[in-house]
Every structure is written in structure tokens, then in C-alpha cells.
Design a protein around this ligand. Structure first.
Ligand SMILES: [Fe+2]
Length: 334
């Protein structure tokens, strides 16, 4: 038994529905880079949204402790993402059966022991050859503190600190695949950061559901092909050209071509897991919200009680200390 519960699905959909997800991906057709996340005013001003994960990836060289220059590391992790559904808004028609997948909903109930499941988002990730996803936990949600208005590294530290559990909204995440990939295993740590990782292979029409806000996970490197990964730059787009072919574009210019089978395509599903209707109401009506000032003050008090300092350090020093104090990444493989 793992410390963290998860459920694997094999098969996940009917063969026809699985194929329909690939066709939907092609129809959607154009995918932008995920690297352009906002930064925020206040504590940690100007730092990347996922400063915690970036800092760890650069410091350790990822799950296998590889050392490469910064630009190449950045290109490896600048993958492509588009949103297919957000709340009730359907951005990719045809995604509805996936959004309301009964198996995912049942597994989400088991995951947190909470009966009221509200699917919140469906998004697609595409990785090209040579790309990988740095080990991380996802950005959690708290009443009053959102990834849209506050630094994501702070939300991650809040969850790992365990100090804000009363305000946390437990989320279930399902990840699904609709083709076989060469490499690009979903690597996760079901027994915690100190436990052994599991490299879950990417196989057609399978899925896994887990608490990715608590369980460290990443994507191992996708097999390299002739198209070098370091030509990727922020702002490029990946477009479907028909007949099993994809193209990397910078504006009108074609940068590289890929075949379907060289990419890694996944669809993620996230759902809020409410204890009851009253909790769902508190969430939507913003009763009992946290403020960021209250969060930082609580973390400072906790670190002072642990003897880390007497005087509150400057903001930039404090950011480093908060990340080191609360977010304990898995060590790279020896
Ligand atoms: Fe993730």
C-alpha cells in the first residue's frame, strides 16, 4: 500500500471514444507555450510563478541530475498547453463525455473521502521530442488565495506547511493518454518525496487519478529525434498540419516538423472535492476567505517558533526561506 492513494484506468474509455480524443486534439489544432505565467506584486515580486520548481530543477538537474545550460533546460520544460473546458465553459466541443467521466468522478470521491465532486477544468499538454516536465506538486487552491491573484510558489508552500488545511480545497487530478509514447513516463512519488518513484508508462487509452497537489510528479524526457529541442523559444506554437503531421511555428515561420508518434499528448482533468453543499457554498460565496497578509504572517510566526529567525528578514530572503522550510523536493536519482 502506498502512502498516497491513486487509481489507474486501463482501459479508460471505449476504443471509439479514445480515438475521438485524438481527433479532438487535431481539430483544436494550435497549441501555445505554457511558459508565460504571470508574476505578482508584493512578496516575491518579479519572480517566476513556479519559482520553487524552477529553482529546484536548475539546482538538481531534474530527476536524473543532468547538467545542461540554462537555455536548453528552459526549452526542455516549455511544453504546450491549451484548455478544453473551464467550469461549464466548453472550449473544445466533444470534450463533454470526458469532463463528466463517471469513473474519474467515482475515483475522486474515494481519493479525498468527499462526496460532492465538481469537475473544474480539462486541459491538454503536448510535449515535443526532448522535452520533459520538472518534478513538482501542482498549485493547490485555498479559499481567498488563488493562483490567478497570488504567487503560485506561495500556494504550494502553504499546502506543504499544513498550516492552512482548514481553507484548502482538495482537488482530484486525472491524467489520461490516447497514444503510446517513446519515453515521457509519468514519474510520481506515491510514498512521498523520500520514497521510490514510479515511472508510469504512457500507453494508449489509459489514465491515472491522484492528488497531484500533494504527490510529487513530473514527466521523464521524451525520446529525442532529429529536431533539436534547443531551437524552441517562448511564444512558439505547435500546429496540426493534417495527415499525422505537426509543425512548430514562430509566427508564419516553420521551425520544425514532428510526426504524431514522436509527441506526447495527455489530457488532464481536475475536480473540486467538497465535503457537502455547505462547503461548496462557502467556496462560491467567499465566506471565510484567507488574505495573503494573514498567510505570510502565519508562516513568519511558524518559522520564528521553529527558531529560524528573531527579526523578519527582507522579502526576497523570506521567499527563499519559505520554500526551503516547507517544500521538500525528492532528491535526484543517484
Ligand atoms: Fe503537475
Amino acid at each position: 500500500m502506498s502512502t498516497h492513494w491513486y487509481q489507474a484506468f486501463d482501459p479508460f474509455l471505449s476504443a471509439a471514444d479514445a480515438d475521438a480524443m485524438v481527433r479532438l486534439c487535431e481539430r483544436y489544432g494550435s497549441y501555445g507555450m505554457y511558459s508565460e505565467e504571470p508574476t505578482f506584486a508584493g512578496i516575491g515580486q518579479g519572480l517566476p510563478a513556479r519559482y520553487d520548481a524552477v529553482r529546484n530543477f536548475i539546482k538538481t538537474g531534474g530527476r536524473f541530475g543532468r547538467s545542461e545550460d540554462l537555455q536548453k533546460l528552459a526549452a526542455r520544460t516549455n511544453y504546450f498547453r491549451e484548455t478544453y473546458a473551464y467550469g461549464r465553459e466548453i472550449k473544445a466541443p466533444g470534450v463533454e463525455p470526458f469532463l463528466n467521466h463517471e469513473g474519474m468522478i467515482a475515483a475522486a470521491r474515494t481519493l479525498h473521502g468527499r462526496p460532492v465532486i465538481e469537475p473544474a477544468i480539462v486541459f491538454a499538454n503536448l510535449l515535443v521530442p526532448g522535452q520533459e516536465l520538472a518534478v513538482h506538486t501542482d498549485v493547490p487552491e485555498f479559499r481567498g488565495i488563488s493562483r490567478k491573484t497570488h504567487p503560485q510558489w506561495l500556494l504550494v508552500a502553504m499546502h506543504h506547511s499544513g498550516l492552512f488545511d482548514d481553507w484548502r480545497m482538495p482537488i482530484a487530478t486525472g491524467v489520461s493518454w490516447f497514444h503510446d509514447a517513446h519515453g515521457g513516463e509519468f514519474a510520481f512519488y506515491p510514498d512521498g518525496a523520500e520514497g521510490a518513484p514510479v515511472a508510469h508508462p504512457v500507453r494508449c487509452n489509459t489514465a491515472i487519478l491522484l492528488d497531484t497537489d500533494s504527490v510529487f510528479h513530473g514527466v521523464d524526457r521524451l525520446a529525442e529525434t532529429a529536431a533539436p529541442v534547443d531551437q524552441l523559444r517562448p511564444g512558439m506554437r505547435l500546429t496540426f498540419e493534417g495527415d499525422g503531421e505537426w509543425r512548430m511555428r514562430e509566427g508564419d515561420q516553420s521551425v520544425a516538423r514532428y510526426r504524431w508518434q514522436d509527441l506526447r499528448f495527455s489530457i488532464s482533468w481536475k475536480a473540486y472535492c467538497f465535503r457537502d453543499e455547505a462547503e461548496r457554498r462557502a467556496w462560491t460565496e467567499h465566506a471565510d476567505d484567507l488574505s495573503v497578509e494573514r498567510v505570510v504572517a502565519r508562516l513568519v510566526d511558524d518559522m520564528r517558533a521553529r527558531g529560524r529567525f528573531d527579526e523578519r528578514p527582507s522579502d526576497l530572503v523570506l521567499v527563499e526561506m519559505i520554500i526551503d522550510e516547507y517544500i521538500h523536493y525528492p532528491p535526484p536519482a543517484a
